[in-house]
Design a protein around this ligand. Structure first.
Ligand code: ADP
Length: 411
């Protein structure tokens, strides 16, 4: 069966076409700058890359162009759109309603819409993509996979903020966590690499990309994560501050900043970019630091220090840690960041092998010494693969959303 995986942003559609169950990628690509000047569709089939520079005024047109390339391009991968058996969609926020992936019907669309309040930048874009894909491929099942779902097992002690309780009851203010599909994949893959059952594996997963988050995984289940109500909490990121004293916002409001500018400051102008004043990209900061820019180095140092603090916290949460796992553009590729995070963890049982760490760039495996009690692993993430697998499983098992997937919410 061929499965199309779609990840829709406000002005983009990322897609991958899989052959299942072997999880082979047949084609992938990106429709970018939708509704803007310079919109274009780029796609890859095997080693061949193509670009179509044609106006893409909206997501509906983007989806049509993607499907057209799959059947009509010089490297057409399908004879017919009927070969696509299902579509899997990434959805950012599933609120408390979705604890797993589900087939999309009207009830699910309504629920995703309700969750838009919690993720106003992401869920509406996801919904636009889902609707466009459902219009273009009306005969096949469409499955939603939520970034929040893996974290549904975090206990109340871990997800509740110490604010007045009615803020949670009335507005749903609590920790939800994100990057769940990535943490779930990395935790499962870690169990495989360790030769253990997932239900017996404890690990700390570090997803370090432009957005960054960590999860404490006990017996294969998420028990804590660094992102919160929104993706702003936790680690230092490309442009997000991560944890700050919330009173800083009141203080700055008093100095004349309005809500919009504070929101923009924390989400778009902080993190690596804010501290360095140069870039949100780690590679650029490395170059600048090598040329003597001390703020570029400071930004990297603060970034690594925050990851290390969360490693310590999650070691305490888990007690026994079998592995610390790194993924995402930075986690997979930056030996420097991994070394800075792990420096000093030796008494806690995590001992890095410097040579192995330098070699372990972008591919799976250990970078700890043979004697390291806590295994140190690079696990390249595969969020699209998880979505394809969930979609395939749901379609093959005929599971449908029964409107009853609410988390047990104690009063
Ligand atoms: P996103 O969260 O947007 O998917 P990625 O996971 O691609 O982002 O991560 C982007 C980050 O990864 C950037 O800061 C980039 O500098 C960093 N990165 C990518 N490749 C490397 C590399 N080879 N060495 C160091 N950092 C890298």
């Amino acid at each position: 069966m061929k499965i199309l995986v779609v990840n829709c942003g406000s002005s983009s559609i990322k897609f991958q076409l899989y052959s299942m169950p072997e999880k082979r990628v047949l084609a992938k690509g990106l429709a970018a700058k939708i509704g803007e000047e310079g919109s274009a569709l780029e796609y890859h089939v095997g080693r061949n890359a193509y670009q179509v520079d044609r106006a893409i005024p909206d997501h509906g047109e983007g989806m049509k162009q993607i499907l057209a390339t799959l059947i009509g391009s010089e490297d057409a991968i399908l004879d017919n759109l009927d070969e696509i058996g299902a579509v899997g969609h990434r959805v950012v926020h599933g609120g408390e309603e979705f604890t797993g992936s589900v087939e999309i019907g009207q009830a699910v669309l309504d629920s995703i819409e309700r969750c838009s309040d919690l993720a106003p930048l992401h869920n509406p874009a996801n919904l636009t993509g889902i609707r466009a894909a459902m219009r273009a491929l009306p005969e096949v099942p469409h499955i939603a996979c939520f970034d929040t779902a893996f974290h549904a097992t975090i206990p109340k002690m871990g997800y509740l903020y110490a604010l007045p309780y009615e803020v949670y009851k009335k507005y749903g203010v609590r920790r939800y966590g994100f990057h769940g599909t990535s943490h779930r994949y990395v935790a499962a893959q870690t169990a495989k690499l360790l030769g253990k059952a997932p239900e017996e594996t404890n690990c700390i997963t570090c997803h370090l990309g432009n957005g960054c988050s960590m999860a404490a995984v006990r017996n294969g289940l998420s028990v804590d994560t660094s992102m919160g109500l929104t993706p702003l909490e936790g680690l230092v990121m490309g442009t997000r501050s991560g944890d700050i004293d919330p009173a800083i916002l009141f203080y700055l409001a008093d100095k004349g900043y309005d809500m919009e500018s504070l929101n923009k400051m924390c989400n778009k102008k902080s993190g690596l970019l804010g501290v360095s004043g140069i870039s949100n990209d780690l590679r650029t900061l490395r170059e600048k630091s090598d040329q003597g820019d001390s703020r570029a180095q400071l930004a990297i140092d603060i970034f690594c220090y925050r990851v290390k603090k969360y490693v310590g916290a999650y070691m305490a949460v888990l007690g026994r840690v079998d592995a610390i796992c790194f993924t995402g553009g930075i986690g997979e590729n930056s030996a420097e960041v991994r070394a800075a995070v792990c420096r000093g963890l030796e008494p806690l049982g995590a001992v890095l092998d410097p040579e192995l760490n330098e070699r372990r760039i972008g591919h799976e495996g250990d970078f700890g010494t043979k004697n390291s009690r806590v295994r140190l692993l690079v696990v390249p993430t595969d969020e699209e693969g998880v979505i394809a697998t969930d979609t395939f499983d749901i379609v093959m098992q005929g599971k449908t959303y029964d409107g009853n997937q609410l988390l047990p919410v104690a009063d």
